[in-house]
Design a protein around this ligand. Structure first.
Ligand SMILES: Nc1nc2c(ncn2[C@@H]2O[C@H](COP(=O)(O)OP(=O)(O)OP(=O)(O)O)[C@@H](O)[C@H]2O)c(=O)[nH]1
Ligand SMILES: [Mg+2]
Length: 659
């Protein structure tokens, strides 16, 4: 059977889960339509999702349409769960990006669009909620062109507006589609008036970008148009725009046709050597489930596979086809499939599973850096040990969570992408693991960087008091890697000062000549340096924006080893950093606040008082860069400043020196 693996992506509340629900209903995979607000959808099955009315975990479902199997992943839209979306995007071949017909391009939609660009995932746009008052397809299309810098190829014209929305005209094929209570009526559409003009515009936009279509400029057939739309979608040169209302079940069938027509089939060879990427791990009461995408080869029940990164074997006890929280055991899965397996013990998101004789490592998804942490503590001694196990399980499933014990206070700190992310994690500890834990106030996760470096820093690690000795001599240059960002659109009067943005990441190089430090020892020094960067001298925070050069060194004929050089790298860089001028960095976020104009003065004043830098303020919208710490409790503050009418969205914008 032919396959389409696709994700449903968007900002929070755009209607992804509702659309997924309607897709399952339309294709006959379910017999009743669930609703997010009733807690009855297939993909929001976790109790926390049902309570909160939002998607938290990416959920996979399958259905059949027009002779194809569609494997869909409904993703969360909240920025705190962006890592879940990133991991899903890594294994998908295509995506439907959903837009709210009133709100247009929202911040998290823009963010996931960029991630999809990075992974080169072909996309189709679905402008949803056209039944809502104030919805306007043309405005959303203009917004997409301007903000996402992509040419929208509008392939439908809505029939009726807002609450009178009745259907759409498909410009490819010239069909008039109307729905009444979910039942589709299909008729021929005439090429006159607005519909004819829209078809002409679509033909022109396509001909401008596609040679085959240009040849038929004067009389373009539907087949040519369809082929051109597919070519342009796959090449990422433009994006097909469809529309409707998921809630009212308008526009779902033509969207599914477009998925089959325009999005790519998975590549890969079922007869090849196994290559599969783990993108999700879920520990259920029934055991650990590992979700994977098979790129090449065929996986059979009972297979022994190789984890090339960790250099160990794993056994695939069972293979499961996933339908949200329901699983069906199958005997095999092949290239192009997305399945879950049971029995795999240690593979984490990002792990490649392959054949031992043909080891490969697939590109890992990027993991977002934790921004916020809370101290967690078990109330009883008996729970303390179980807490450690439960935390390990949490981090195992979600690489954007991390745990460390603070060296000074001895507290266990759980770090994640935001307050909601941590709240969800703590609720899991309480509900799933049944632990009685207390949780401290959220704190931002700081970073450290160097402002002034050091050159020619010599460090000698020598332990030669009898027995096998250790000797390593190294000389390091340490310098900052700074990226000076201009302040955007600064307006007078807000007290804005220039800031340094710090590029995350660091570098290592060696300029040692004459073989004074052999290559394997240079690598050991680098590994030691990376360890040293995990805890800086100011407060044990990770150190970023540092470049280290090994400029010289020396060995001992008997006592030098990789271990000795690794230790020298770690202790040497730690000592070098202690002599550098260091700076503490704090995470900042870009916030967009929308509120009634008469309340904006108060909102502006509050943001400025919390060290926010206002970057723009027009009409009813303010954008600002604000320390993440200032956002704790912001929802409550904004509510009182705007009499409950203000809304805001935030997204990470890197690190700035802490005031
Ligand atoms: N009027 C209208 N409401 C809709 C439509 N689609 C979804 N909604 C409503 O919008 C709200 C959010 O819908 P969801 O499907 O949960 O949105 P989502 O994109 O999955 O949200 P997250 O998973 O939290 O990011 C729900 O109350 C839906 O009933 C639509 O086409 N028209
Ligand atoms: Mg959802």
């Amino acid at each position: 059977m032919r396959v389409r693996n696709l994700g449903i992506l968007a900002h929070v509340d755009a209607g992804k889960t509702t659309l997924t629900e309607r897709v399952l209903f339309t294709t006959g995979a379910t017999y009743k339509r669930g609703e997010v607000h009733d807690g009855t959808t297939v993909t929001d099955f976790d109790p926390q999702e049902r309570d909160r009315g939002i998607t938290i975990f990416a959920a996979a479902v399958s259905c059949d349409w027009a002779g194809h199997r569609l494997n869909l992943i409904d993703t969360p839209g909240h920025v705190d769960f962006a890592d879940e979306v990133e991991r899903s995007l890594r294994v998908l071949d295509g995506a439907v990006v959903v837009f709210d017909g009133v709100a247009g391009v929202e911040p998290q939609t823009e963010a996931v669009w960029r991630v999809a660009d990075r992974y080169r995932v072909p996309r189709i746009v679905f402008v949803n909620k056209l039944d809502r008052p104030g919805a306007d397809l043309d405005r959303v299309v203009d917004d997409i062109r301007a903000r996402l810098r992509v040419e929208p190829l509008v392939a439908q014209v809505p029939i009726g507006r807002e609450s009178d929305l009745a259907g759409v005209v498909n410009l490819v094929g010239m069909r008039r589609l109307t729905w009444s209570d979910g039942a589709l009526k299909e008729e021929h559409a005439d090429r006159d008036g607005a519909v004819g003009a829209a078809r002409r515009r679509l033909e022109e936009a396509v001909a401008e970008r596609h040679a085959g279509a240009l040849d038929e400029m004067d009389d373009m057939s539907d087949a040519t148009l369809r082929r051109a739309l597919r070519d342009l979608t796959l090449a990422g040169e433009a994006v097909v725009v469809l529309c409707g209302s998921a809630y009212r079940q308008i526009g779902v069938e033509p969207l599914l046709d477009a998925v089959v027509d325009y999005l790519p089939a998975p590549a890969g060879d079922p007869a090849g050597n196994l290559a599969a990427l783990v993108f999700k791990v879920h520990s259920a009461r029934t055991g650990r489930l590992t979700y994977l995408r098979i790129y090449d080869g065929t996986l059979r029940k009972g297979d022994i596979v190789w984890d090339a990164g960790a250099q160990r074997t794993e056994r695939v006890a069972r293979i499961l086809r996933v339908q949200a929280d329901r699983h069906t055991a199958i005997d095999r899965a092949a290239a192009g499939d997305i399945v879950a397996v049971a029995g795999v013990k240690t593979a984490r998101p990002g792990t490649t599973l392959c054949a031992r004789e043909h080891p490969v490592l697939l590109e890992q998804p990027r993991t977002a850096e934790p921004l916020v942490s809370v101290a967690v503590e078990a109330r009883t001694r008996a729970d303390a040990e179980r807490l450690t196990t439960a935390l390990v399980t949490l981090v195992d499933q979600d690489p954007s969570l991390s745990v460390r014990v603070d060296a000074e206070t001895g507290q266990t700190l759980l770090s994640g992408l935001g307050e909601l992310h941590l709240e969800v994690a703590v609720t899991k500890l309480r509900r799933d693991a049944g632990l009685d834990v207390t949780v401290g106030r959220p704190q931002v996760a700081h970073r450290e960087t160097i402002v002034r470096g050091v050159t020619g820093f010599r460090y000698r690690h020598a332990k030669q008091d009898g027995g096998a000795g250790q000797f390593a001599d190294i000389v390091l240059d340490v310098r900052p890697v700074l990226d000076v960002r201009p302040v955007r659109d600064v307006r007078p009067g807000f007290g804005v000062r220039p800031v340094l943005g710090v590029r995350p990441g660091e570098g290592f190089a060696s300029t040692v000549t004459g073989g004074r430090v052999p290559a394997e020892f240079v690598r050991a020094v680098e590994a030691g340096c990376r360890e040293a960067l995990q805890a800086g001298p100011l407060g044990g925070h990770p150190v970023v924006g540092v470049h280290v050069t090994l400029t010289d060194g020396g060995t001992h004929p008997k006592d030098s080893s990789e271990l000795a050089f690794r230790t020298a790298g770690k202790l040497g860089l730690r000592a070098a950093l202690a002599t550098c001028e260091m700076a503490l960095l704090e995470p900042v976020v870009d916030v967009t606040v929308t509120a009634p104009a008469e309340t904006l003065g108060g909102v502006l004043g509050d943001l400025a008082a919390h060290r926010g830098q206002i970057t723009d303020s027009t009409g009813e919208t303010i954008t600002a860069t604000v320390p993440l710490a200032a956002l704790f409790g912001y929802a409550t503050r904004l509510r009182s400043q705007t009499h409950g009418r203000g809304v805001f969205t935030a997204r990470p914008a890197g690190y700035r020196p802490a005031a």
